[in-house]
Design a protein around this ligand. Structure first.
Ligand code: PNS
Length: 161
């Protein structure tokens, strides 16, 4: 059984993330979308909020399960019997950071491999940070995130539209 983990902050989940989830879930038997519990990052949404948003947006995918994790990703992969880590690559600017993480993870646990999916072109500019930035100025984020998530972002930021 091929088990993979797609880890991230997902603060909030964007259409770019959803694209990676839909495509990678077809390649494996089981995909865990796993939200990093990282109190240092000062996120907009709580872990529970992020997990439930992703659950709702991926409910059409039978082999996808949404979880939260703490600590080292490779340790969590081992715990979940996952041998694959999935990450999306948007542009060359992502590459150095992703390579560093993937290589570190491989040194720590060589049994877990990272695979990269290139983000679909229409989402190659997109990030959760950009979504929050545009929303904070009452800009339209409907092309970046599903409607429910957009509404939640505006509410959190106290933006009336
Ligand atoms: O969505 P993000 O913030 O780019 O995701 C980063 C993530 C969650 C993949 C990365 O920060 C991570 O795996 N953190 C867990 C701690 C860990 O294992 N670090 C070792 C890699 S250097």
């Amino acid at each position: 059984m091929k088990i993979a983990i797609y880890p991230g902050s997902f603060d909030p989940m964007t259409y770019g993330h959803l694209d990676i989830i839909e495509r990678s879930s077809k390649m494996v038997d089981k995909l865990y979308v796993s939200v990093l519990i990282n109190s240092a990052k000062n996120p907009l949404f709580s872990i529970d909020e992020r997990v439930s948003m992703i659950k709702e947006m991926t409910s059409h995918l039978d082999n996808v399960e949404v979880t939260a994790f703490d600590g080292l990703l490779v340790d969590y992969a081992k715990k979940m019997n996952a041998s694959i880590i999935v990450r999306g690559l948007r542009a060359v600017t992502d590459f150095e950071y992703e390579l560093q993480i993937a290589q570190t993870n491989r040194i720590v646990n060589p049994k877990v491999d990272t695979i990269f999916l290139t983000t679909s072109l229409e989402y190659s500019y997109l990030s959760s940070t950009i979504v929050k930035e545009v929303a904070s100025y009452a800009g339209d984020i409907s092309k970046f995130v599903p409607k429910k998530i957009a509404d939640a972002v505006y509410t959190k930021l106290n933006i009336k539209r």
